[in-house]
Design a binder for this molecule. Structure first.
Ligand code: ATP
Ligand code: MG
Length: 171
């Protein structure tokens, strides 16, 4: 059986890795959809789809997840919720099971007959993209919330300087 998890992953954090490991206890393969793939260089969505693919790929390798057990697929947003499931199906290998905490995602897949499960949230107060970005901007310790390989990837692309520059106002 194959499962699907979709998230913007701005950036990838330890919660994502833990939930992916949990999903892989239940299904043979997991499809990781990198949502809002077209968006980058904003405070809410600082990283490109390619940068996020790099982060998740390296973080799963760091955690010894077998590369033959997952697919990482960027997925652009579309205007029409009613055909979003078909859009996902066009881009991904076939899957039977959807894991999501997002009510809209849950609803859309349930209406199309998929089995939908709400996965548990791990340490959600800290392991959240919103919290990681807040710490990056305020100069607080964000590094403990993400895998080592994600710190390295963010340093490689000068990500902290990017997010701080995006937060400035034009004078
Ligand atoms: P943001 O605050 O930017 O929305 P996020 O932490 O919610 O970031 P997403 O990429 O939106 O990250 O998350 C995608 C999915 O990953 C969520 O719907 C949820 O199923 C799972 N997820 C996110 N954080 C955790 C966590 N701490 N524990 C378990 N699963 C998580
Ligand atoms: Mg979210």
């Amino acid at each position: 059986m194959r499962g699907l998890l979709v998230g913007r992953m701005q950036p990838v954090h330890r919660g994502h890795i833990q939930v992916i490991e949990r999903i892989l206890d239940e299904v043979e393969e997991v499809i990781i959809g990198i949502g809002s793939a077209q968006v980058s260089h904003s405070i809410k969505d600082p990283f490109t789809a390619g940068e996020r693919v790099m982060m998740i790929t390296k973080a799963l390798a760091e955690n010894n997840v077998d590369a033959s057990r997952y697919y990482v697929i960027p997925v652009q947003d579309i205007e029409c919720n009613s055909i979003w499931v078909a859009h996902m199906e066009m881009l991904t290998p076939p899957f039977e099971h959807v894991y999501s905490g997002n009510p809209l995602v849950q609803r859309l897949f349930t209406e199309k007959g998929y089995q939908v499960t709400e996965p548990p949230l791990f340490n959600r107060k800290s392991y959240s993209g919103t919290e990681v970005r807040r710490r990056m901007l305020s100069g607080d310790k964000w590094e403990e919330l993400v895998p080592q390989s994600v710190i390295k990837a963010i340093n490689e692309i000068d990500g902290i300087s990017r997010i701080k520059q995006l937060a400035r106002r034009e004078v």
